[in-house]
Design a protein around this ligand. Structure first.
Ligand code: UT7
Length: 330
């Protein structure tokens, strides 16, 4: 495969709603316990977007911070990619709403729907446009308002998800030693119904019956996704590093999708790598799907743990099924 190493992330941002939902809050809603949620998932609390605000609001906040940190003006953007499965509307795309708010009038805009792997897909797409020389400045957002699609009567899912947004500015660089090195994008649609929203699309349009049967909420087969996730992460990690004749221990940081702390710990122990190489935000934010990785990236930058020259792998998995990763030299 052609070496792809000339797209760098020059700015990051995040937007986290203020409202905290603790495990104790959920104990009052469904038959669950703080002990069960912490021991099975590692989640202690998650954030919920206030009524009256939407996906585009969180996207805008994260995007403005990323643009400011990159010192890029929205008017310079060539393309806006929003990875999300919880857009403001079926149509138009959230990226178009964001484009108008930012007044990024030169930019094309599209949403990318790849479940929790959405940010990895979007970053890989951005990299292609930059690598080809077509574009030089692209905004990539990973954002979800999952609490609006969560069945608050289903204890097997409502304890897991949260709202949040992360954004990055991707730019072309002449520096051959930095940037995205390679990526891996995979899917297996045979697992489509392991994590899906049955109604509200063209397969089953909204009706009184679908609403009464609570079919507009997420349904998940957690056990099957868990087993798939562990294998998908390890396969992707080895695929990314072996193509560069490297080993997992050569990585300075491995930013995994935050779906379950047990998945992260399992991978870490299996690879025998130290804890500090694996950023964690699931304890505070729950599973924010497409947003987990860009938020983690932003938090690691702010904390000074993610530094220029670091070899970083980002790996995600989710609905579709989809999975994949990006390897980059920060
Ligand atoms: O973002 C990408 C997609 N999502 C994922 O990657 C999620 C992957 N899966 C998981 O993280 C885990 O499978 C879950 C956290 C979703 C579930 O954990 P688990 O250890 O696989 O539990 P389980 O589904 O096997 O359920 C064990 C028991 C069941 O009771 P019985 O049948 O043994 O009596 C469930 O009914 O736990 C029960 N249970 C709960 N109990 C208290 C399920 N949810 C809850 C709950 N509180 N919230």
């Amino acid at each position: 495969m052609q070496k792809l190493n000339r797209s760098i992330i020059t700015g990051t941002g995040a937007a986290i709603p203020d409202r905290v939902i603790t495990n104790e809050d959920l104990e009052k809603l469904v038959d669950t316990s703080n002990e069960w949620i912490v021991s099975r998932t590692g989640i202690r609390e998650r954030r919920m977007l206030e009524e009256g605000f939407s996906n585009a609001d969180l996207s805008e906040k994260a995007a403005r911070e990323a643009l400011s940190r990159a010192e890029v003006s929205a008017s310079e953007l060539d393309l806006i990619l929003v990875a999300t499965v919880t857009p403001d509307h079926h149509t138009p795309s959230t990226s178009c709403i964001l484009q108008a708010r930012l007044e990024a009038f030169k930019a094309g805009a599209m949403d990318i729907s790849a479940g929790c792997t959405g940010f990895v897909y979007a970053l890989s797409v951005a990299q292609q446009f930059i690598n080809s020389g077509i574009y030089t400045k692209i905004l990539v957002v990973g954002v979800e308002i999952l609490t609006r699609f969560t069945d608050w009567e289903d204890r097997s899912t409502c304890v897991l998800f949260g709202d949040g947004a992360g954004a990055v500015v991707v730019e072309a660089t002449e520096d051959e030693n930095r940037g995205i090195i390679n990526f891996s994008l995979k899917s297996d649609g045979r697992g489509a119904k392991l994590l899906y929203v049955p109604a509200g699309g063209s397969a089953m349009p909204a009706s009184e019956e679908t609403v009464n049967n609570r079919m507009h909420y997420l349904i998940m087969n957690g056990n099957e996704i868990f087993k798939f996730a562990v294998k998908a992460v390890e396969d992707t990690l080895y695929d990314l590093v072996r193509r560069e004749n490297k080993k997992p221990e050569d990585l300075d940081m491995i930013i995994l999708h935050q779906a379950n702390l047990r998945i992260i710990n399992h991978i870490r122990k299996h690879l025998k790598l130290p804890q500090e190489k694996f950023p964690v935000n699931i304890d505070r934010l729950g599973n924010t799907s497409s947003a987990t990785i860009p938020i983690a990236m932003h938090e690691e930058i702010l904390a000074g743990r993610l530094k220029e020259g670091d070899l970083v792998a980002m790996i995600a998995f989710g609905a579709g099924l989809t999975w994949g990763g990006v390897l980059m030299r920060w």
